[in-house]
Write a protein that binds this ligand. Sequence first.
Ligand code: R2B
Ligand code: URA
Length: 300
Amino acid sequence: RHNSFSKTDTTIQVKNPYLDTMEEDILYHFSLGTKTHNLPEMFGDIKFVCVGGSSNRMKAFAQFIHQELEMPGNPEEVSDICEATDRYCMYKVGPVLSMSHGMGVPSISIMLHELIKLLHHAQCRDVVLFRLGTSGGVGLAPGTVVVTDKAVDYSFLAQFEQVVLGKVVTRSTELDEEVANELLQCSSELQNFPTVIGNTLCTHDFYEGQGRLDGALCSFSHEDKLEYLRKAYEAGVRNIEMESSVFAAMCRICAAVVCVALLDRFEGDQITSSHDVLVEYQQRPQVLVSHFIKKLYKTF
Ligand code: R2B
Ligand code: URA
């Protein structure tokens, strides 16, 4: 099989006519701008963008991909391009950009507005975007990696709702099928790498919003929780996290969501695995995406 994609020669589209009329664009939360930085020179060669919630994990990913791609220099010395702000961190390793996005839809959404504009200003072409994350599994053994088919909302529909000028705007959250299938193929080439393709439920809360019984508030019963999880499972949901829907809705280019399940939500709510086990689980999306990048990078 081929490990190259039909999505060639695509630039990053920004669907905002006002952007072209602006003399300068300040990417405030990145501490970057079109007048203060030469964005094409700094970022023009990016082909893979990997985003994830935690800044430490995305620094670790930058160091890992540095080794995997055998880049020159010391992987320990990767430097944070956004160090002038502590909102997000950003590392560039050859064709790979590794960035943190914080927790939840509002945090990743702000980051994606500026990231997509950054890729546009830098005139990047043929970029593939990945979210590498953690999640709660639905009927899966802890440690299983889920590649998202569709990101779904609380009613299991593949849509993202955003309030714009007081009205709800609904956008589709379908992801790239070709990239998802290629990631599944990559998982089969790795040893002991349980991976499934399934729908991902995106919520606006970790506790009640994900049907947990262990938050500071709980307005439902254990039975209600299990019934909702069963309905989710029947709708093809295999994991629950907090950013996939807006990521899918905004990255209308080649994009994939790869999250490891830290627990099985049918079994409980608390994350009880040891620190070392959790660290190893969180490396799994990184290992899978790095395998994908290595295969594709060699074709450039
Ligand atoms: C997964 O993990 C975080 C919550 O613990 C959240 O960012 C997510 O989507
Ligand atoms: N992240 C989530 O959003 N939910 C979980 O259960 C675990 C990680």
